[in-house]
Design a protein around this ligand. Sequence first.
Ligand SMILES: Nc1ncnc2c1ncn2[C@@H]1O[C@H](COP(=O)(O)OP(=O)(O)O)[C@@H](O)[C@H]1O
Ligand SMILES: O=C(CO)[C@@H](O)[C@@H](O)COP(=O)(O)O
Length: 572
Amino acid sequence: MEKSYVIGLDYGSDSVRAILVDAANGNEIASSVFYYPRWKKGEFCDASASQFRQHPLDYIEGLEATVKDCLKKAEGVVTAQQVKAISVDTTGSTPIAVDERGVPLALLDEFADNPNAMFVLWKDHTAVQEAQQINDHANSFDLNYLKYVGGVYSSEWFWAKLLHILRVDESVRKSLYTWVEHCDYIPFLLTGGTRATAIKRSVCAAGHKSLWAAEFDGLPPNSFFSSLDPLLDGITARLFTETYTSDQSAGTLSEEWAARLGLSTDVVVGVGAFDCHMGAVGGEIEPYYVSKVIGTSTCDVLVAPKTEVADTLVKGICGQVDGSVIPGMIGMEAGQSAFGDAYAWFKQVLLWPVKNLLADSGVLGEEDVNKVIDFIDDQIIPQLGRQAEALPVTQTSELALDWFNGRRTPDADQTLKAAISGLHLGTDAPRIFRAIVEATCFGAKGIVDRFIDEGIPVKGIIGLGGVAKKSPYIMQTMADVINMPIRVHKSEQTCALGAAMFAATVAGIYTKVEDAMEAMGQGFERTYSPRPEMVAIYADRYEQYKKLGSFVENKDARISEQRLVSQITENE
Ligand SMILES: Nc1ncnc2c1ncn2[C@@H]1O[C@H](COP(=O)(O)OP(=O)(O)O)[C@@H](O)[C@H]1O
Ligand SMILES: O=C(CO)[C@@H](O)[C@@H](O)COP(=O)(O)O
């Protein structure tokens, strides 16, 4: 029988990864990574204002480069005719303004350098005020439009970001026809779409971020949005009613993209979804397991049979959607807005003098300074991990909160900030690092506890992503803190592998994605089991973490803090 191959594309926060796999068994034939060049230079972003934007060309150039690179690496093994399908996952909610033809505004000359005309990355929190208004507004309606998104709307999501952009940028407002998620745009691009109304919207993005629900016959009505802000009046008619699961086709490769990639126009393109949802499939998720993609942030996904979930609504998560992970099952999403990013923050703090003072010392030339910076940048987190692991854990050790980028779950509140307490003159870098590691693991336990408290049992944890693969210390701490075994998946590119499983399904090689999972799954490389002696200590420290969290979250304290900040700003 002729061999068939499929391509899975995984758009992460910093890079896009493509893998070319054998559709019969999931064996990886080739892979390729492309770091977004504009993003790498920090263009269009302002971290102090929580503004994180990505240019569509970063994604488009990455698409072409990685797919072509995979095909080149597989020359002599895989022919273009044997490639049957491509599926894509992306971060989310990462939406962009497009014109009537579905062209992102940033691709038009007049908007080429306008961050408001670019993709608003999931971690952009410029829309906190709009999210708060959506929450207050939703509470005044008889029908609870937030019921399937955990009861709280987040500034990381579709509507808050749309409203923010409409308010702050008149030029974008005038040219915007509709608002599109990254995971829906790429299949539209690949299939040569020319009308924005024809974009196939994934149920994953629509249900988790856009308030789409079968019960509402689609999105909430125009009256919901026009009464929130007249700027939104009429927008629902230019959005969508229909949604699609990722085992469905978005079309086939257009002439242009077939030529650009060196593939046939028969290649089927699947409907997209978010990274962690396809990652859960790549990581062979089972009902009631929490699949955690642990990288810059965490995105946690749990699936449960529809009949068993019945009317249960889980409060404070990032939504529960029929078919967002596996068609026919309810997919539930949660996560932490900063996980590896919290370590990266600490690394940057420590690197400050090296980056800013070393060159001035005149001891080293520019080339050597850069070599030193690269060396420390590369080594600092693993080294801190080794030192932190060797420290005894005590009840009085430094204690931190993980809300470096706000809190996503439980109960989204992106205005919250992190804290480190219990500092003393003996506190050194490894001790602070350990406190941050523990905090990220306590945040992970908060998510598991929320599922259980809301009546959704958790049978175990599956770890995927960069941190799960790179740091045994962090994974062991997490197993001890949650007091559950964590299986780490073998695949290096689990999200892309999940996309490839969906591609094999849309190509008709499997009738359902569960069959693709079984045939193409790569299995697990190791399991971290909780250590009983550590479980007890961490249980106690988790209680302290919760107390510190309530103290920092305390509304009165935060109001006085905000007053203080505005007073200081006024005086300046
Ligand atoms: N050895 C390590 N131990 C712990 N965290 C690490 C290590 N190396 C990198 N990280 C963290 O991993 C994160 C990147 O995760 P990764 O899964 O590669 O990317 P992404 O989240 O963009 O998909 C960064 O935030 C970084 O701080
Ligand atoms: O939030 C979601 C999906 O809903 C993710 O796309 C987002 O966490 C991005 O994750 P990473 O960049 O992989 O850490």
